[in-house]
Design a protein around this ligand. Structure first.
Ligand SMILES: Cc1cc2nc3c(=O)[nH]c(=O)nc-3n(C[C@H](O)[C@H](O)[C@H](O)COP(=O)(O)OP(=O)(O)OC[C@H]3O[C@@H](n4cnc5c(N)ncnc54)[C@H](O)[C@@H]3O)c2cc1C
Length: 358
C-alpha cells in the first residue's frame, strides 16, 4: 500500500494569508504543506498598494510567486490543487495510534495533517453591468482602502444599490467631490437612515441602466476604463469606480467540518485564529471583511505562531518534566529533513525573494 504524505500543518489557500501561515510554521520547524488552486482575490491585484516596502509595480501574482519560492526554499511542500474535502479522522493531540488528525483530499492529492488552516478567501459578486468586469484592476475596483487614493479629485462611480454601495459612495467624498452612485435600473434597498444620508451628501444618484462601458483613450494595455454608456444613450467619463454587489465567503470546507460560521458567511475564529473545531484554524479574508493584503499577512503570522505554540515539543511542561532526566529526552524536535534545510540555508549566498536594487 502506498504511504500517503503526512504533515504537522496543511494550509488550504495560497493567497497572502495562507502563504504567510505556511511561511511561519515551516520556519518554526513544522512539516508544512500548502495546497492551493488558481484564483483568489490576490490574483486580481494588478498593483499592490498599502504594503510597506513593496512597489506598486508589483502585482498580487508576482508577490505570491516569490512567496512560493521562499516557502520551497525553507522546506514546505507546495501542491497546486483544489481541496475537495477535509475530514477529521482521529481524535487527540496527534490522532490515535500516532495517526494524523485530518485527512485532506484534493483533486490529485490525498494527504494527512494534525492541524489544518483554511485560508480560502471570499469571492466578490460580479458587477451586474455588461462588460465592466474586464476593467478589474484597470479602473474597476473592489477595495476602497486600496484604491480610493488613486482616485483623488477624479470623477468616480459606484455601481450598486444597497446600504454598502451607498456607504462606499459617501466615503469616496473624502477623496473627491465628483461621485456618482449608479443604481443600474435597480430600486435602492438601503434603509431609511441611509436614505437620509444619501439625500444629504453631495453625490449624484443615477437610476438609469448601464448599457456598456468604453475604454480610456490612453495607451494602457490592457486598457483603463474611460466611462459608462447608459441605456438612454448618454455617456459619462470616469477615471474609475467600484462595484458593490456583495461577496460570497469560501467557507464550505469549514462548514463541512462543523466550524461555526458568522451571520455574514465568514468563518468564526478566536484570538488565535482557531475555529470552533479543535485543530482547525482560519485566516485572512475568509474570516472577516477587512479585505486587505497586510491584514491577511498579519492574520497568517499570528496563526502560524499560535500553531507553533500549540504543537511545538519544547519547552516541556513541569508535569512532563516530573520523573524524567535530561538524558532521556530526545532533542532536537524538528524533523530531520527540515533541520537539514536549516543547516543548508546558513551556507547559501542567494535566497529566494525580492532583493532591492543596489
Ligand atoms: C482587484 C483587487 C485589488 C486589490 N488590491 C489590493 C491592494 O492593492 N492592497 C491590499 O492590501 N489589498 C488589495 N486587495 C485585497 C486583497 O487582495 C485581499 O485582501 C487578499 O488577497 C486576501 O488574502 P487571502 O489570502 O485571505 O485570500 P485570497 O487572496 O482570496 O486567497 C485565497 C486562496 O485560496 C484558494 N482557495 C479557495 N478555495 C480553495 C480550495 N477549496 N482548495 C484550494 N485552494 C482554495 C484561492 O484559489 C486563493 O488562492 C485587492 C482585492 C481585489 C479583488
Amino acid at each position: 500500500m502506498t504511504r500517503q504524505p503526512s504533515y504537522e500543518v496543511i494550509v488550504v489557500g495560497g493567497g497572502p494569508a495562507g502563504l504567510t501561515t505556511a511561511l511561519y510554521t515551516t520556519r518554526l520547524g513544522h512539516r508544512t504543506a500548502l495546497v492551493t488552486r488558481e484564483g483568489g482575490r490576490h490574483e486580481l491585484v494588478d498593483a499592490v498598494h498599502n504594503l510597506i516596502g513593496v512597489s506598486e509595480e508589483t502585482s498580487g501574482p508576482e508577490l505570491a510567486a516569490v512567496a512560493v519560492a521562499q516557502l520551497e526554499e525553507y522546506g514546505a511542500d507546495y501542491y497546486e490543487d483544489a481541496v475537495t474535502s477535509v475530514e477529521r479522522v482521529a481524535d487527540g493531540e496527534t490522532g490515535t495510534d500516532g495517526g494524523r488528525r485530518f485527512h485532506v483530499e484534493a483533486a490529485h492529492a490525498d494527504i494527512f495533517a494534525d492541524r489544518v488552516v483554511l485560508a480560502t478567501g471570499f469571492t466578490d459578486e460580479a458587477p451586474r453591468v455588461p462588460d465592466l468586469q474586464r476593467y478589474t484592476g484597470h479602473g474597476l475596483h473592489y477595495c476602497l482602502h486600496c484604491d480610493a487614493y488613486t482616485l483623488g479629485d477624479a470623477s468616480v462611480f459606484v455601481v450598486g444599490h444597497d446600504d454598502h454601495a451607498a456607504e462606499i459612495a459617501m466615503t469616496l467624498l473624502n477623496f473627491t467631490g465628483d461621485v456618482d452612485l449608479v443604481l443600474n435600473g435597480e430600486d435602492p434597498s438601503w434603509d431609511d437612515e441611509t436614505a437620509t444620508q444619501v439625500e444629504t451628501h453631495p453625490i449624484e444618484v443615477l437610476s438609469r441602466t448601464v448599457a456598456s462601458t468604453f475604454p480610456d483613450e490612453g495607451a494602457a494595455d490592457p486598457p483603463w476604463i474611460g466611462g459608462l454608456e447608459f441605456g438612454d444613450g448618454t455617456t459619462r467619463e470616469y477615471a474609475g469606480g467600484f462595484a458593490v454587489y456583495g461577496r460570497s465567503y469560501n467557507s464550505d470546507l469549514a462548514a463541512d467540518l462543523g466550524c461555526d460560521i458568522n451571520d455574514d458567511g465568514s468563518v468564526a475564529v478566536d484570538d488565535d485564529y482557531e475555529t470552533s473545531v479543535d485543530g482547525v484554524y482560519a485566516v485572512g479574508d475568509v474570516t472577516h471583511g477587512q479585505n486587505q493584503t497586510p491584514v491577511a499577512i498579519g492574520d497568517g503570522a499570528y496563526a502560524g505562531i499560535a500553531i507553533h505554540h500549540d504543537i511545538r515539543r519544547f519547552p516541556l511542561s513541569s508535569e512532563e518534566c516530573a520523573d524524567r532526566d535530561a538524558e532521556d529526552i530526545e532533542a532536537p524536535a524538528a524533523a530531520d529533513d527540515l533541520r537539514a534545510r536549516m543547516r543548508r540555508h546558513r551556507t547559501l549566498d542567494d535566497h529566494a525573494g525580492m532583493t532591492p536594487d543596489e
